[in-house]
Design a protein around this ligand. Structure first.
Ligand code: NDP
Length: 440
C-alpha cells in the first residue's frame, strides 16, 4: 500500500541495505570566503529589514542614504528595543502556533525517503490552524484585549523581538544538532554550521521544528500583519483603498492556498534538502512576515485609488500567475504520485532516468523547467503594482524574489544534473527553457 503512494524518485534504491541510523559524516571545513559570506549575511539581512521599515516609517516610502556621522547616530537611536507587550505578543503567537500544530487534527502524511531509508510522518493540520488562528485574533481584537493596529504601532519593537528570537532559536537548533544523529552535517565551523544548520529534520518527539517554522508562525503571521496594516489605514483615512484590498486579498489567497495544499511542501527543496539553521529560521520568522507585508505597509500612508482598468489588469495578472504556479506545482506533485494520471486530458509524456525517477515533459513541465517560478513571479508583480510607481521600496519583493528564484533554479539545475547526469541533459534538450519560454 505504501509503495503505491511513493514518489517514484524516492523509492528506496537498489543496493546494499542501508543501516538504520548512519553515523554523522563530518563535512570538510568551509573555505574562509564562505564563512565570511554567511557572517556578512547575518548582519546585512537584518539591517536591510530595519532599513526598509525606516524607509516607510520615516521617509514616506523613499530610499534614504545616511551620509554624515550625525545621520548614523540618529539612525542608531532610532533602532527600537523590544517592549514588554511586543515580547508577550510575539512569544504568545509562537506558542499558540505550536499548540495548534500539536493539538489540531489533521491527516498524517509521509515525507521523502531519508538517507537511512526511513520516512518521517507529518501532521497536516495547517488549514485548521490557519483558520483557528484568524478566529483567535478576531476574538482577541473584538474583546478589546489587543488593538487592531497593535502590529503597526509596535512594528519596530516586534521586529527587534523577532530578530532576537530567531537568533536565539537558531542557537538552540545548533546545540540540538550537536548530538550526533544520522544525516547531520557538521563542518566544525561554528558560524557556518549555525547559519546553514546542522540537522535536516530537527525534532523533539513528533514535533518537527522545520516543518513548523516554514509556515505556521511566519506565514500566518504575515496575514495577521497585513490585517493590522489595513486597520491602520482605516484608522488614519477612514477608508480601505482598492490597492490595500487587492494586496490583502492576493496575500490571503496565497497563504490560504498554501495551507489547502499543505502536503505539497513535503517535496519542496527546503524540506528535502535544506538543513534547519539560521538561514531558514530567520527567513521564516523575520523575513517573511516583516518584508512580505511591505506593500500593505506602504499603502497605509498612500491611500491612492486605481482606475478600473488598472484593477482588472492587476487581478488578471495575479490570476494568471496563480494558475501557472498552482497548476505546475500540483501537476508535478500528482505525476510523482501517479505517473498514469492524465495531464491536460492526455497521457503524460516523460523521461525515465537511470535512477528510476520520471521527469515529466508534458503539460506545464513541457513549457519550461521551472514554469512554477514564473507563476510565482507574475503573482509577485501583481502584489507590487497596486502601490503605483512613486517609490521603489514596495517593489522590493519582486526584485528580491526574481534574484532568489533565478539563483534557486540554478542550484536546482546543478543538483538535478549531478543526480540524473545524461538523463537530465536529455530532459534539458527536450525542455530547453529554464523559467520564461522564449527568453530565459
Ligand atoms: P520545485 O517544486 O520546482 O521542485 C524542483 C524539484 O522537482 C527538482 O529538484 C526535482 O526533484 C523535481 N523535478 C524537476 N523537474 C521535474 C520534472 N520535469 N518532473 C518531475 N519532477 C521534476 O522547486 P521548489 O521547491 O524550489 O519550489 C516549489 C514552489 O515554491 C515554487 O512554486 C516556488 O516558486 C515556490 N517558492 C516560494 C517561495 C516564497 O518565498 N514565496 C520561496 C521558494 C519557493 P527530484 O530530485 O525529486 O527529481
Amino acid at each position: 500500500m505504501l509503495r503505491e503512494t511513493l514518489d517514484p524518485s524516492e523509492a528506496p534504491r537498489a543496493g546494499p541495505p542501508i543501516a538504520a541510523a548512519p553515523e554523522t559524516v563530518p563535512q570538510p571545513r568551509p573555505r574562509l570566503g564562505k564563512v565570511f559570506a554567511v557572517s556578512a549575511l547575518m548582519v546585512t539581512l537584518p539591517a536591510l529589514v530595519y532599513y526598509l521599515w525606516l524607509c516607510i516609517a520615516d521617509h514616506d516610502g523613499a530610499l534614504f542614504f545616511p551620509a554624515s556621522a550625525e545621520d548614523w547616530q540618529t539612525l542608531l537611536y532610532r533602532l527600537p528595543g523590544p517592549t514588554t507587550s511586543a515580547v508577550l505578543v510575539f512569544v504568545g503567537w509562537f506558542l499558540l502556533q505550536a499548540l495548534f500544530q500539536i493539538a489540531a487534527p489533521g491527516k498524517i502524511h509521509e515525507g521523502s525517503v531519508l538517507a537511512d531509508g526511513l520516512r518521517l510522518k507529518y501532521k497536516m493540520n495547517g488549514w485548521m490552524s490557519f483558520w483557528a488562528s484568524l478566529a483567535f485574533i478576531g476574538a482577541v481584537v473584538s474583546l478589546g484585549w489587543l488593538s487592531p493596529t497593535f502590529v503597526y504601532d509596535q512594528f519596530g519593537p516586534l521586529l527587534t523581538t523577532a530578530n532576537l528570537f530567531a537568533f536565539a532559536f537558531s542557537l538552540f537548533l545548533y546545540i540540538h544538532g550537536r548530538t550526533p544523529k544520522g544525516d547531520d552535517r557538521i563542518t566544525g565551523n561554528f558560524l557556518y554550521d549555525y547559519f546553514m544548520g546542522v540537522r535536516l529534520n530537527p525534532r523533539i518527539g513528533g514535533f518537527d521544528f522545520k516543518f513548523f517554522c516554514e509556515s505556521r508562525p511566519g506565514l500566518i503571521g504575515w496575514v495577521v500583519v497585513n490585517f493590522a496594516l489595513a486597520a491602520k489605514q482605516y484608522e488614519l483615512h477612514a477608508a480601505l483603498t482598492t490597492p490595500m484590498l487587492l494586496v490583502l486579498a492576493f496575500h490571503f489567497l496565497y497563504v490560504a492556498d498554501y495551507f489547502w495544499h499543505e502536503e505539497a511542501i513535503l517535496t519542496t527543496w527546503d524540506i528535502k534538502h535544506e538543513r534547519f539553521g539560521w538561514m531558514l529560521c530567520w527567513g521564516d520568522l523575520v523575513w517573511v512576515p516583516f518584508t512580505y507585508s511591505l506593500q500593505a505597509h506602504y499603502l497605509v500612508g498612500h491611500p491612492h485609488e486605481l482606475p478600473v482598468w488598472g484593477t482588472i489588469g492587476i487581478v488578471l495578472l495575479n490570476l494568471t500567475g496563480y494558475v501557472l504556479f498552482r497548476g505546475a506545482n500540483w501537476q508535478k506533485h500528482r505525476f510523482r504520485k501517479d505517473p498514469e494520471a492524465l495531464v491536460w486530458g492526455k497521457k503524460p509524456t516523460s523521461i525515465r532516468t537511470s535512477q528510476g525517477a520520471l521527469l515529466l515533459t508534458s503539460g506545464w513541465w513541457g513549457i519550461a523547467r521551472h514554469v512554477n517560478y514564473l507563476g510565482d513571479l507574475l503573482m509577485g508583480l501583481a502584489w507590487c503594482l497596486p502601490c503605483l510607481f512613486d517609490h521603489v521600496v514596495p517593489y522590493f519583493y519582486i526584485i528580491y524574489f526574481t534574484i532568489l528564484l533565478v539563483h534557486r533554479e540554478r542550484r536546482d539545475d546543478a543538483k538535478c544534473r549531478a543526480k540524473y547526469g545524461a538523463d537530465w541533459d536529455a530532459y534539458c534538450g527536450k525542455v530547453p527553457w529554464r523559467i520564461l519560454p522564449g527568453v530565459y
